[in-house]
Each structure stands twice: as C-alpha cells, then as structure tokens.
Design a binder for this molecule. Structure first.
Ligand SMILES: O=c1ccn([C@@H]2O[C@H](COP(=O)(O)O)[C@@H](O)[C@H]2O)c(=O)[nH]1
Length: 275
C-alpha cells in the first residue's frame, strides 16, 4: 500500500485507528476455548466487528510465536482474514546483521516463502543501516523503525544526549532518512511521549508515525493528533487492550466495536480540526 492509498483510506473511514491484535489465550472469553483455533476465532470476530472503524491492524507477533507452529498458523489465518483495504503491521521488532535481517524480512513479506504477506514490520534501529536495509529492499513494503517508545524504559537509552547535543532518538530519525524515503519508512513514537511530537515533526515532517500507547497506557489521543498530524494525517494510532478486551463475555466483539467507534468518532473531529 502506498502512502497516498493509506491517506485515502484514512479520509474514507475518517479514522487513523490501528487495532492491536494482542490476542492472549488467558484473556479471551472462556466460551471461545471450545473453538478449533480460539485465537483466530477471537480475531475473526474482532475484525468483523471493528473493520469499519479501523484503517490498520497490528498483530503483535509475541502473542502468536509463543505457541509455536499453531500460533504461526493462527497468525497466518488472521492476516488472510484482514480486509484488503486495511494496512497490516507485524509488530515483531526485528533487526540483526544484514544476512539475518534478510531472512526476517522474508518471514514477514515473502508469502511464497513463509505464507505471510504483511504490509509492514517494526524494526529496532540500533544495529544500524545494514540491519535495516534488507527490509527496505522489498517493493511496496514498509519498515517501521522504533524511535521513541511508549514505555518508561525508553529513557534508559533513547533520550540520552549525544556529543552533537541531539538525543539518541533524534539521531535515529535524522540518520535513517538516508536509508529510505517517507514512502517506505515510518517511525514508532509512543502516545505517552506526545510532548516530543513537535520536535519529532520538525525532523520528520512527511513520515507516518505509528503511535501506540492510547487506551491501556493512558496516552492522550487529542495531544497526539494536535502535535503529530501532518498534511496527509501521518498518524496511525494503535490501541490494543482497551478495544479487544472491552468485555470478557460473549458480547466481546460488540463491546470492541463500541470502543473502536468511540475512538473513530474522536478521530473524525481531530481530522476536521488539525488536518
Ligand atoms: O513503544 C511501543 C512500541 C510498541 N508497543 C506495542 O503496542 C501495543 C500497545 O498495546 P496496548 O494494549 O494498547 O497498550 C502492544 O502490542 C505493545 O507491545 C507499545 O506499546 N509501545
């Protein structure tokens, strides 16, 4: 999917919501445990109930790979089930020496090889250019580099000041623009770090940002929208637990739809104000 196709979807659905499929077998409604593949069945019903409010889905790979071959199968079925107009993100946070990154890229992008055909994958930038490049060699695919993450531990390294007086995450944003364009690179910025968004936008005005951390982590959708939106929206705001676990009963999909609609309605207002 190209940047302008993504923007078109955002305008059509009046939403920049990404729903996180962090599907935890311990948290899904009990009655689903009787299904042949409870994780896929949960995802299927969540996707059916929410896709009109979301432009993107982000399965976090940890929730699938923890279950070995069966988990990968649930992931593959989920990916195939997501409507084609939605942007798909493998939240895998990969990255290694180039030779190994090439295989990670195939795992998420090369359907012939792995059975998976995600639009994008999250990548850790800290091994540098040669660790990221192999992901960028796939046509029409996106790399989403971790820049300033939503967790408290982001201060341990990401905000350290360098000799050039930049913070490490600023250097990640500046340097990585030499590796690929805003048509193939996005950045993760936590919603809990909305106070840094103006600075971030001054470094990467054109890029899309994947913003996790609203909902369960308490980030403000309004601040993210006010300080992070650019002329093509430039935001995919993720919410996982607050939507998919809105209810633990048989009405879970209905309640997830209500939560997603609530977020979408708020987004519609911000698109009218800040775009
Ligand atoms: O900085 C980051 C990077 C990734 N995540 C991931 O996003 C979701 C957030 O889930 P919630 O339930 O909405 O809190 C989850 O998959 C994280 O691993 C992040 O939170 N922060």
């Amino acid at each position: 999917m190209t940047k302008s196709q993504l923007f078109e979807q955002i305008l059509q659905k009046q939403s920049y919501l990404c729903i996180g499929l962090d599907t935890d077998i311990q948290k899904i409604p009990r009655h689903l445990l009787q299904a042949k593949d409870p994780i896929f069945e949960f995802n299927r019903q969540i996707i059916d109930a929410t896709h009109q409010y979301a432009v993107s889905y982000k399965p976090n790979i940890a929730f699938y790979e923890a279950f070995g071959a069966k988990g990968w199968e649930s992931l593959q079925k989920t990916l195939e089930y997501i409507p084609k107009e939605c942007f798909t993100i493998a939240d895998a946070k990969r990255g290694d020496i180039g030779n190994t990154s090439g295989l990670y890229a195939r795992a998420f992008f090369d359907e012939q090889s792995s059975g998976l055909n995600f639009d994008s994958v999250t990548v850790a930038p800290y091994m540098g250019e040669d660790s990221v490049k192999p992901f960028l060699e796939f046509a029409d695919k996106w790399v989403i580099l971790l820049a300033l993450t939503s967790n408290a531990g982001s201060k341990d390294f990401q905000t350290l000041s360098l000799a050039n007086e930049k913070q490490l995450f600023e250097e990640v944003l500046a340097k990585s623009q030499e590796w690929g364009s805003s048509e193939q690179l996005m950045y993760v910025v936590g919603a809990t770090k909305a106070d840094m968004l103006q600075k971030i936008r001054s470094i990467v005005p054109e890029h899309f940002l994947l913003v996790p951390g609203v909902g369960a982590q308490g980030g403000s959708l309004e601040e993210v929208s006010k300080f992070g939106m650019n002329k093509q929206c430039g935001l995919l705001v993720n919410s996982s637990r607050a939507i998919i676990y809105a209810s633990s009963d048989e009405d879970f999909a209905e309640k997830a739809a209500l939560e997603a609609k609530k977020v979408q309605t708020e987004m519609q207002a911000y698109l009218a104000t800040y775009l």
